[in-house]
Every structure is written in structure tokens, then in C-alpha cells.
Design a protein around this ligand. Structure first.
Ligand SMILES: Cc1c2[nH]c(c1CCC(=O)O)Cc1[nH]c(c(CCC(=O)O)c1C)Cc1[nH]c(c(CCC(=O)O)c1C)Cc1[nH]c(c(C)c1CCC(=O)O)C2
Length: 393
């Protein structure tokens, strides 16, 4: 893997190394600062609904693209070149590069998605992984992502900010045990119920790896980072706090500490607790501390902006650490609305804009989950144009 990217060196100072930014709407909204209009980007915006992506995929394996900075940069830029309406880019990669860095094999099977030939089956498999990753050099394993980020920042020429990301420890842990997608996560639940102590040690190792990985991405040029907790909604409230949220806080804390050591200011950190509902949001605000908080929370489409705000406020009232920071919201149109026709899309964007009006400044328009492969690229364009037409709050 290292051969593919050769030697990589972090820029001395990411703040001054890259072309001057011409669009900072995302970074302002993430800090709840007022903007002329809400910024917009879309999860999975570089993906299979784009013919130019499918064309490149014909001749390259998925993880080969992830490991080849020139290809990852090219795909990251595809939606930016096609849609001048976008206010952010997100580096082309996958959350499963972290299990790979931890020594697990992951393949991307056509039509099936991710597949681990040797998932964690027995407690001994977990102990073995812990032993073998005790002195893991995260930066050496994942520097191909850093190289892709630095190259993409140059190619973006300041058009829009670049977002870096990782999976949440719980979501990655579940993939590492299930070995791929799963409807029930039965085996992951069995691990946290039968082997809670070992599960905690694994989650801590994954969180530490993710934190170092996000710091590397930020040093390489990422201007916001998002933690995808795609399976937050699978856990009951107490277990969500113990097995997921706690480790997302650990990532936030470690990222802030390590960046301070490097004398780099911390960019906005975003958490997407998919399916977690009001209970997850309340828990997030209740448990936040100055050094563990999130600047942005992503919402899926099953919760509306008003309930989300209320849940965050309730949580903040119960916060014993005295944390009173502001949280920006991101989301949350149902991705399936992109199949409903342009008139319906227009109406739903208007509805969404009205719902989020009291949250502005501090709203980043997005879908409530990733865009799916069957969407007509013209309908995506229409969605972006509708968001652009939203007037100042
Ligand atoms: C759970 C998860 C994964 N990957 C990711 C998540 C979290 C977000 C979510 O919940 O959707 C995150 C991800 N995956 C991908 C990105 C790239 C950046 C972007 O444009 O958003 C990001 C941010 C590329 C991708 N990751 C994948 C593709 C399609 C792969 C292909 O071309 O064959 C892309 C463009 C494959 C992938 N990767 C994963 C799955 C389950 C699949 C298969 C199903 C699917 O395609 O949605 C794991």
C-alpha cells in the first residue's frame, strides 16, 4: 500500500499551506456564525449515481481507488466539478479503511457491499487483534488517505472546504464482528452482552485509532471531520451511552489534545448518530464537556428539527459539567425524496428550510443519509438549486 503513495509528509502548517478559501459557508455554519444562505453538501455525493464515477469504477477496484491518491482526488472532485452549487467536498474513502489498518481484510463485493472473510468470531480473535495492534503505527497504515487529502486540497483551489471522516467505534466494531452488513447486528449485540469487558477494550482501541486517523486527516488538510455512527439506532439508551457515545467523546477529546500538541487549531467535529432519535441527542448534550463536545450533529429524516433542538436543550439543562456550547444541525431530507420528482423535491426543501429556520445560523443542509445509486443526477442538481434559493433567515 505504501508503494502506491510513496513518501508522504504533512504540510508544516495546514492553515497557510493551501490555496485561499473562496467559500467558507460550511465552516461558518458549523460554528453557528451567520451566513448569507445555508451551506449544502450531500453524504455519498461522490458515488454510484454519477456516470463518471461508474465509468472509473469499471477499471478500478473500490479500495484500489481509496489507496491511490490521484484517483481518490479525481472522484472527490467529480461532484464539485459537476455541481457548482455544492458548498463542501468529502474525501473519497470509506469508514472500513480503519479495520483494514487494524489488520483485517475487507473486500468490496460488487452488488453485496463490504465483506470481511475473517471477522471476529471468538473472544480469542479480539484478544489477538488487541495484541497485534498494541503498537500500531496508524499514520503509516493510513498515510494514503492523508496523501489523497493533501492532493485534493490543492486541486480544489479553495473552491469549497474538504471534509474528512471516520466511522464511530461502535459502528466499526459491529462491522468487524458481523463481517459485513446485517439486519439485526445479532452477533455484535452478543459480544457486548457476553464479553462486555473485552468489547470495551476493543472499542477503546478503535477509538484511539480513529482519533489518530482524524488528527492525521486534519494535519493533511481536512477542514471539518465527521464521525459516522451509522448504527447508533441499534442500541438501547443506556447501551448507546456506554458502548457508542462514550467512545465518540473519547475521539473528540483525543483529537483536541493531539492537535493542541501539534499547535493546530481544532476544526469543527461533526457526529452523525443515525437512527439514535431524541434519546441519543439528549444524551449527547447531557454528557458533553468542553473537551469532548461536537460542533455539529447530523440528523436523519426520522427526527424533525424542532424535536432535535428540544432534545439537545433538555440534555444541556441536565449537563452537570456546566457545558453550554452551541451545536449546529446538519440534515435531513429523506434521500428517497430524490425519486419523488422535481416539484415534490422543491416542496420538501421548502418544508425543511422552514423547519430549520429557528436553528439558523447553524444549519447545514444535507440529506438524512447517503444519496442512493438510482438517483438521476439532474434531480440531485435540482435539490441543490432549491437549497441555494433559500433566503437569509
Ligand atoms: C456504513 C458506511 C460505509 N461507508 C461509509 C459508511 C457511513 C455512512 C453510511 O451509513 O452510509 C462512509 C462512506 N463511504 C463512502 C464515502 C465517500 C465520501 C462520500 O461521497 O460521502 C463515505 C463517507 C464511499 C463509498 N462506499 C461504498 C461505495 C460504493 C461502492 C462501489 O462503488 O461499489 C462508495 C461510493 C461501499 C460501501 N461502504 C460501506 C457500505 C455499507 C458500502 C456498500 C453499500 C453502499 O454502497 O452504500 C460502509
Amino acid at each position: 500500500m505504501a508503494e502506491l503513495c510513496g513518501d508522504y509528509a504533512f504540510p508544516a502548517d495546514p492553515a497557510s499551506h493551501f490555496p485561499e478559501m473562496r467559500n467558507t459557508l460550511l465552516l461558518s455554519a458549523a460554528r453557528c456564525q451567520s451566513t448569507s444562505r445555508p451551506p449544502v453538501w450531500v453524504m455519498r455525493q461522490a458515488g454510484r449515481y454519477l456516470p463518471e464515477f461508474r465509468k472509473l469504477r469499471e477499471s478500478h477496484d473500490f479500495f484500489e481507488i481509496c489507496r491511490t491518491p490521484e484517483l481518490a482526488a479525481e472522484i472527490t472532485l467529480q461532484p464539485i466539478d459537476r455541481y457548482p452549487e455544492l458548498d463542501a467536498s468529502i474525501i473519497f474513502s470509506d469508514i472500513l479503511v480503519v479495520p483494514q489498518a487494524l489488520g483485517m481484510q475487507v473486500d468490496m463485493l460488487p452488488a453485496h457491499g463490504p465483506h470481511f472473510p475473517r471477522p471476529l468470531r471468538q473472544p480469542e480473535d479480539g484478544e489477538k487483534l488487541l495484541k497485534e495492534t498494541d503498537e500500531l503505527n496508524v499514520d503509516a497504515e493510513l498515510r494514503y488517505v492523508y496523501a489523497a487529502i493533501t492532493l485534493t486540497r490543492q486541486k480544489l483551489e479553495g473552491r469549497v472546504p474538504l471534509i474528512g471522516f471516520c466511522g464511530s467505534p461502535w459502528t466499526l466494531f459491529a462491522y468487524m464482528i458481523e463481517g459485513g452488513g446485517s439486519k439485526t447486528l445479532q452477533q455484535a449485540h452478543t459480544w457486548i452482552n457476553r464479553y462486555p469487558e473485552l468489547s470495551h477494550r476493543l472499542l477503546e482501541r478503535i477509538a484511539d485509532t480513529c482519533a489518530q486517523f482524524l488528527v492525521g486527516q486534519i494535519r493533511a488538510g481536512a477542514q471539518m471531520v465527521q464521525i459516522f455512527d451509522s448504527w447508533a439506532g441499534e442500541l438501547e439508551a443506556g447501551k448507546y451511552r456506554a458502548f457508542s457515545l462514550q467512545y465518540c467523546y473519547q475521539i473528540s477529546r483525543t483529537v483536541r489534545q493531539l492537535l493542541e500538541h501539534h499547535q493546530i487549531s481544532c476544526p469543527p467535529i461533526s457526529l452523525f448518530p443515525k437512527g439514535g432519535g431524541p434519546i441519543a441527542l439528549e444524551s449527547i448534550a447531557q454528557g458533553s464537556q468542553a473537551d469532548t463536545h461536537f460542533d455539529v450533529i447530523g440528523l436523519d429524516w426520522t427526527i424533525d428539527a424542532e424535536h432535535a433542538r428540544r432534545a439537545l436543550e433538555e440534555g444541556a439543562k441536565l449537563n452537570r459539567a456546566g457545558w453550554r456550547g452551541q451545536i449546529a444541525l446538519q440534515g435531513n431530507m429523506n434521500p428517497n425524496m430524490l425519486y419523488a420528482g422535481q416539484e415534490a423535491i422543491s416542496r420538501d426543501v421548502e418544508r425543511m428550510a422552514a423547519d430549520f429556520r429557528p436553528s439558523r445560523p447553524g444549519w447545514i443542509a444535507n440529506l438524512g443519509h447517503g444519496i442512493t445509486p438510482g438517483v438521476d443526477p439532474e434531480d440531485m442538481k435540482h435539490f441543490l438549486q432549491c437549497v441555494q434559493a433559500i433566503r437569509p433567515a
